[in-house]
Design a protein around this ligand. Structure first.
Ligand SMILES: [Cu+2]
Length: 419
């Protein structure tokens, strides 16, 4: 072989090598049939449009890791001087409306707890883009993630999220879940990959479907409603304001073991931090958004300033209004009994079904408390017509549920403020 051939081969090899050392571009391919630039709805958080006859809603979530803050003070943040117990989490981040080339950067260390709320209307074509952005604190893990729409009656097995029977989303890829939103009600969602670990780690969120009857004015007990819990036909599930409340809990020992690559205490999980929507009282009534501030525990990690805790549990209404509480539980350990003092709770739905007999009789019931286990939900209406203005507590009666770890008085409690 002569030297010019050698040079040619060398140049070719260098060229191939150069191709190989290009930065790896993760393929983020978001699918949404709405025209580019369609704004994100402030009501639902979805990109919404009409395509032909179809009402379309699109959402995009990143799945990865991050940190969240507990309500007690055991770690002092060197930057803010604030005391916070920082908990390592796996969860989702809402990136709806963000261009494809920004999804990976925005999603890394951006996990939220609770996971972003999913809000859709019956009959809508719902496109949920889920991008796995990887675990920044656990680069040794290459876990896939899924979204399991818990309780959906028509779950197509391909989109069900149960990883042995359906697709899961590998690191660096995006899957678009598609659902024609089924019957109305309060559902819940979680990642179903290694469910004990990924659910304990925080991949849990509120999910509900509004009824097709919404927008049709129906008179009930002298008042006209346009928002309903179910397609009741008689307005009896009508309400003025709705609030999703999810019962969850966190075991900090489990989360620390995951962060520090230790054996996970599956059988020893405890509800050390009992939470509503990912927060313990008094954070449940704090309107502030908490940051994913990893630098509080790991000064070598730059503070991302990405929001982590966005969902609070503040319930406010004006006297005379009807409040709908979309209560669900994704507690991985205990059953909890939730009580409201001073305002009767009317249960109109259970596990995304209206409480009604086969002959069409309403089977709603009044109560002062309701008990839910993980995976259950209930639709509760509070009629404030005869309720004097004031602050009413909503809390669990399980006494161990009313604390933030070693700090007494906190946990699963929030306030209902009637003006
Ligand atoms: Cu997962």
């Amino acid at each position: 072989m002569n030297s010019s051939k050698h040079t040619l081969i060398l140049i070719l090899l260098l060229f191939l090598l150069a191709l190989g050392i290009q930065p790896a571009e993760a393929t983020v391919n978001l699918q949404c049939p709405c025209p580019p630039g369609t704004p994100v709805s402030v009501d639902t958080g979805n990109i919404e449009c009409t395509v032909g006859e179809r009402s379309v809603a699109c959402k995009s979530l990143a799945a990865g890791d991050g940190f969240t803050n507990m309500a007690d003070a055991t770690v002092i943040d060197p930057q803010t001087g604030q005391g916070r117990r920082l908990i390592y989490i796996f969860s989702f981040d809402d990136l709806t409306g963000l261009p494809e080339d920004q999804v990976m950067d925005a999603g890394m260390l951006g996990a939220n707890f609770s996971a972003p709320t999913i809000d859709m209307t019956e009959g809508q074509s719902f496109y949920l883009n889920v991008t796995n952005v990887g675990m920044q604190m656990r680069p040794d893990l290459f876990d896939p993630h899924t979204v399991h729409f818990h309780g959906y009656p028509n779950a197509a097995s391909v989109f069900d999220g149960e990883p042995m029977a359906s697709i899961s989303v590998n690191m660096g890829s995006t899957l678009t879940y598609y659902y024609r939103a089924p019957g109305p009600g309060t559902y819940l969602y979680h990642c179903h990959v290694e469910a004990t670990e990924h659910m304990q780690m925080g991949m849990l969120g509120n999910l509900y479907v509004r009824p097709a009857q919404d927008g049709t004015p129906i008179m009930y007990q002298g008042k006209t409603y346009t928002k309903f819990t179910y397609n009741d036909g008689d307005g009896s599930t009508g309400y003025d304001r709705d609030f999703p409340i999810q019962i969850v809990a966190v075991d900090p020992d489990f989360h620390d073991a995951d962060l520090y690559i230790q054996p996970l205490p599956f059988a020893a999980m405890k509800d050390t931090y009992p939470l509503l929507n990912g927060r313990g009282y008094p954070d449940t009534i704090n309107p502030a958004v908490f940051n994913n501030n990893a630098s509080a525990a790991f000064p070598e990690i730059p503070n991302t300033d990405k929001p982590s805790g966005k969902v609070n549990s503040i319930i406010t209404a004006n006297q005379g209004e009807r409040i709908l509480i979309r209560l669900s539980s994704l507690s991985t350990v205990d059953f909890y009994t939730l009580r409201i003092l001073g305002i009767p709770m009317k249960v109109v739905g259970k596990d995304a079904k209206i409480l009604r007999s086969s002959t069409g009789e309403n089977l709603y019931y009044d109560t002062t408390s309701i008990t839910l286990g993980g995976g259950e939900s209930a639709d509760i209406i509070l009629d404030t017509a005869n309720i004097p203005p004031g602050t009413y507590p909503m809390y669990v009666t399980n006494l161990e549920g009313l604390n933030n770890n070693q700090e007494d008085f906190g946990g699963m409690m929030t306030e209902i403020v009637i003006n």
